[in-house]
Design a protein around this ligand. Structure first.
Ligand SMILES: [Zn+2]
Length: 67
């Protein structure tokens, strides 16, 4: 991605993002997500690999909390 979809800025930078999600009523924190951030409007974009990474972390968390 080279242009922000929200504000059309080209000031995008690669960041390591951290998000919180709720799984089975428990909070999970996922760190080191490779993301692209617009420095003008602070919109954050996840590419396909990042989305897969997030899904995987949630799946691991679910598997552990089920046991
Ligand atoms: Zn933007």
């Amino acid at each position: 991605m080279k242009t922000c979809v929200e504000c059309l800025s080209k000031n995008l930078e690669q960041i390591n993002d951290t998000i919180e999600a709720t799984v089975n009523d428990k909070k999970i924190v996922i760190t080191d997500i490779q993301a692209t951030k617009c420095t003008d409007c602070n919109e954050i974009y996840y590419d396909h690999a990042a989305s897969r990474y997030i899904d995987k972390q949630i799946a691991i968390f679910k598997a552990e909390s089920d046991g």
